[in-house]
Structure formats: structure tokens, C-alpha cells
Design a protein around this ligand. Structure first.
Ligand SMILES: C[S@@+](CC[C@H](N)C(=O)[O-])C[C@H]1O[C@@H](n2cnc3c(N)ncnc32)[C@H](O)[C@@H]1O
Length: 276
């Protein structure tokens, strides 16, 4: 019997991603296939459909999440092929990259998230008989607590190159907690490492067109707590060389350019691949 994940709290946002990835995986023109996403959704308590919006706005948000997933897929595998054989996903949620991507030999994927989320994830994956295609360590820990010690205990070696991933997670932390995470990971980053990161801007937090999503997150006690308006300055301050991308350019490159009301509702955050 799988203990179900709570439909409230920040951990429940991982289910929204699973629903979005299950829907994308059914499309003939899908950007990726995540065979486990539907299994997580089926095992979950009743959750409102993503993205809690209708029409073009809904399509725009679903497309953004698909494009974002593919961006992290490609950037993380590229970093591993470049030599970063430790992949650390901060707030990994129900992501299944360790199971579905082609990793070079010797790669280990570390998945850091809240214990309740990982407990649910492991139970569903075990029931499916899922076999990882890389080394894989789950690291149940809170990013506002002793997550670095837990990561080191799991075998992470700060002397070796790493690619850190922060997808859909930093804005659930306060600015102070987010900065602490940036400092902590910076102190454990060997030369030649990478950081793949996504965040939102003030414009997203205040956007009228995203008010439906925002109020649903508030209702779930999973509100956005921080944003970064000047990513290049912020990332440089933390020691990273930055290649910055906008959601719009990635959407256009994937043939998912939003139209009409969807264009207005498009996410105005940012994504980056960083090196040091
Ligand atoms: C929107 S989900 C994204 C999950 C994953 N990155 C993905 O794209 O599928 C946000 C995740 O961040 C995790 N998270 C948020 N705050 C956290 C914290 N303080 N400590 C650990 N995990 C946290 C949640 O539990 C949730 O799984």
C-alpha cells in the first residue's frame, strides 16, 4: 500500500509536475516521455488539474513546463557528458531523469527533497519495478536544514565535478533561505562544475494572468516566496558564469510559441546554464 503524498503543502507541487508530464507524454509531438508520471498521478490523492487555468493560458503554462523539463533533461545530460558525473537535483520532487535519460557510465543522480515526497516516490517506483539508468541516491532532507550533511552522507564528493539542478524549487524558499542554498552549494562546487537553474521574476509574482495559479498555490500552502529580477548579477555574485535563456526563446525553439491570451500569460521567469 503506497502512502499517499499530501495534497497540500509545497510537496504537493511535485504532483502538479507529474500531471503535466503525464499529459505531455501522451502527445504525438511530445518533447519527452516520462512513463512514470502517470503512475505518480494515479497513486496520488485527488489533485486539481494542472494548470488550474483554461484555454490558451492553460496551454501556455503546460507548454512552458514541458519545455522546461526538456531544457533540464538536455542541459543535465550535456553536463554529465562534459564530465560532471555527480548530478544533484535540489527539490527533485517526482522527477525521473535517473530512470529515463541516457547517462554516461559512472554518473550518480542525487535527489534531494522532503522525506514525505521521496517516500511516496520510492513506493510508486518500486511498485512499477523501475530500474535506474545511472547510480541513484535519494536524499530526504529539507533545503532549509541539514541537506548538505545528508548529501555528503549519501556519498556526494565535493572534490569531484557536479552539475546542480534547481528546477521549480527556489521560489518556494524565502530570499534568505535561497541565498543560504546558493552559498552552501557554491562551497561544495569543484572547478569545471555546472549549475542549471530556473527562477521567476517579480513580474510573475504580480502577474494578473497568473493569479489563478497563484491563488491555488496559496490555498495549498505552497506560495511563491522569492524572485530574482537580475539573474546575471545574482548568479555572478555567487561565483557563476551565466548563459541566460528566456522561456519565450525556448518555447519558440521547440515550436510551442504561445498565441493570443497564452502569449500574454507566458511565464516571464528565466532559465540559466552556469559554469565555474
Ligand atoms: C514544483 S516541484 C518541482 C519538482 C522537480 N524539480 C520537478 O521539476 O519535477 C517543487 C519541489 O520542491 C520541493 N521543495 C520545496 N521546498 C523544499 C524544501 N524546503 N526542502 C526540500 N524540498 C523542497 C517540494 O517538495 C517539491 O517536490
Amino acid at each position: 500500500m503506497v502512502r499517499v503524498i499530501s495534497a497540500e503543502g509545497v510537496g504537493s507541487t511535485s504532483l502538479l509536475l507529474a500531471l503535466a508530464r503525464a499529459a505531455e507524454s501522451r502527445r504525438p509531438d511530445r518533447l519527452f516521455t516520462d512513463p512514470y508520471a502517470a503512475e505518480f498521478a494515479a497513486a496520488a490523492p485527488v489533485v486539481p488539474d494542472l494548470p488550474m487555468e483554461a484555454g490558451a493560458r492553460r496551454t501556455a503554462l503546460a507548454d512552458y513546463l514541458a519545455v522546461r523539463t526538456r531544457f533540464f533533461d538536455d542541459s543535465l545530460v550535456e553536463a554529465a557528458n562534459f564530465g560532471c558525473r555527480q548530478v544533484v537535483q535540489l527539490g527533485a520532487g517526482l522527477d525521473t531523469r535517473a530512470f529515463r535519460l541516457d547517462w554516461p557510465p559512472g554518473t550518480t543522480v542525487y535527489e534531494v527533497d522532503q522525506p514525505a515526497v521521496l517516500e511516496f516516490k520510492e513506493a510508486v517506483l518500486a511498485r512499477c519495478g523501475a530500474m535506474p539508468r545511472s547510480g541513484r541516491m535519494v536524499v530526504p532532507a529539507d533545503l532549509t536544514g541539514e541537506w548538505v550533511a545528508a548529501l555528503l552522507d549519501a556519498g556526494f564528493d565535493p572534490a569531484e565535478r557536479v552539475v546542480w539542478a534547481a528546477e521549480g524549487v527556489l521560489y518556494y524558499l524565502t530570499p534568505e533561505d535561497g541565498d543560504r542554498v546558493m552559498v552552501a552549494l557554491g562551497e561544495r562546487t569543484a572547478a569545471g562544475s555546472r549549475f542549471v537553474v530556473e527562477h521567476i521574476t517579480r513580474e510573475v509574482v504580480g502577474s494578473a494572468t497568473l493569479s489563478g495559479v497563484r491563488s491555488e498555490l496559496v490555498r495549498r500552502r505552497a506560495e511563491w516566496r522569492s524572485f530574482v529580477d537580475d539573474p546575471v548579477a545574482w548568479l555572478r555574485r555567487h561565483g557563476w558564469h551565466v548563459r541566460l535563456f528566456t522561456p519565450n526563446e525556448l518555447l519558440a525553439a521547440s515550436g510551442r510559441q504561445p498565441e493570443g491570451e497564452g502569449a500574454e500569460a507566458r511565464a516571464t521567469g528565466w532559465l540559466a546554464v552556469c559554469e565555474r
